[in-house]
Design a binder for this molecule. Structure first.
Ligand code: NAI
Length: 305
């Protein structure tokens, strides 16, 4: 059951209004902006209206330079801002075509907000999770309508990265997958449909790219060459720069947890040892601490270490 299997006679889904839970956060605010840019209305919910307002501020800050440069008129900007509702009340989801949760990466919190939202959602709407690591099938266990539950995995920054992974859980219906697909297209992004497996697709590929880059470093390849090779091959960044941007802890944790998910057949990547050394002995966890495979200056300039 790979790919899109649109049920016969199932017409195109045209979403108009999207609910976002955790809309004051990093991912929630980016997802909201991506929806607004494509003409959809958004209901931005967070633990309080005040925190949801942070998401609205994110949008306002994005619009500001566009208005300054004349790319958008002030009236157009105001119109977009008026398509936002900020709230702490899940009742606002009554009129949404879909609701995406982007709360903390914690199964209990995600399941709690799902139950709260579904009570008010229309039976034809669907619920999506932006989780990176919790199985969709597990999250859907508490759902009132598990057939209407799907994964929609955006990447940071959500209003810029085109790829969105659609994750089909064990009970997700083909109608819901088709609706999720149409939604991703409606916000002009690129949907790929993946299995509910550890790391889905992108994280598996990305981690492999990073770990191979680190292994080449261990093998004595000059770091500048590794970075250049990656870019010449069409990757947006070198493997070492990508590791620094994500944070070496995240790369390390992903690889350690993969063993738990794939079981005894899993052989840890030889680069894990080097990653551990970077973190423990050398204390260079990545860009956020200005020290990883690169050293980062205050003005954002970086140099290979
Ligand atoms: P964040 O910490 O920036 O935002 C989470 C938001 O959820 C906060 O505003 C918080 O107040 C809100 N929240 C928590 N409990 C809530 C509740 N009960 N009701 C309503 N709102 C609640 O986190 P971030 O980074 O945006 O991550 C959100 C989700 O997206 C996580 O599942 C994460 O794994 C996933 N993700 C994160 C990426 C990243 O690069 N940070 C990339 C792709 C997915």
């Amino acid at each position: 059951k790979h790919g899109l299997n649109r049920p016969k006679g199932f017409g195109k889904f045209r979403p108009k209004k999207v609910g976002i839970i955790g809309a004051g956060g990093l991912m929630g605010s980016g997802i909201a902006y991506a929806c607004l840019q494509n003409g959809l209305d958004v209901v931005m919910k967070d633990v309080s209206k005040l925190i949801a307002e942070r998401g609205r501020d994110y949008v306002r800050n994005k619009l500001h330079p566009l208005i300054q440069s004349g790319e958008m008129t002030k009236a157009e900007g105001d119109k977009m801002m008026h398509r936002i509702v900020t709230t702490e009340d899940p009742r606002e989801f009554e009129t949404c075509d879909l609701v995406i949760e982007a709360v903390f990466e914690n199964a209990m919190v995600k399941q709690k907000v799902t139950k709260e939202a579904e009570v008010f959602m229309d039976e034809y709407s669907f619920m999506a999770s932006n989780t990176v690591s919790i199985p969709i099938t597990k999250l859907a266990e508490v759902s009132m309508r598990p057939d209407n539950y799907v994964g929609l995995h955006f990447f940071h920054p959500a209003d810029e990265v085109p790829l969105v992974e659609i994750v089909r859980g064990a009970r997700t219906s083909e109608e819901t997958v088709a609706r999720a697909f149409d939604f991703v297209k409606a916000i002009q992004k690129t949907p790929i449909i993946v299995k509910d497996d550890w790391g889905f697709y992108a994280a598996r590929v990305q981690n492999t790219y990073i770990l191979e880059g680190i292994t080449m470093l261990k093998e004595g390849y000059p770091p500048a060459l590794i970075e250049n090779l990656g870019r010449q091959a069409g990757m947006p960044k070198g493997a070492l720069a990508m590791a620094d941007d994500l944070g070496l802890n995240l790369v390390f944790n992903y690889e350690s947890q993969a063993g738990e998910h794939y079981g005894p057949k899993y052989i840890p990547h030889p680069a894990v040892e080097a990653l551990d050394k970077m973190l423990q002995e050398l204390q260079r966890p990545g860009r956020h601490k200005k020290a990883g495979f690169y050293t980062y200056a205050e003005d954002g300039q970086r140099q290979l270490w």
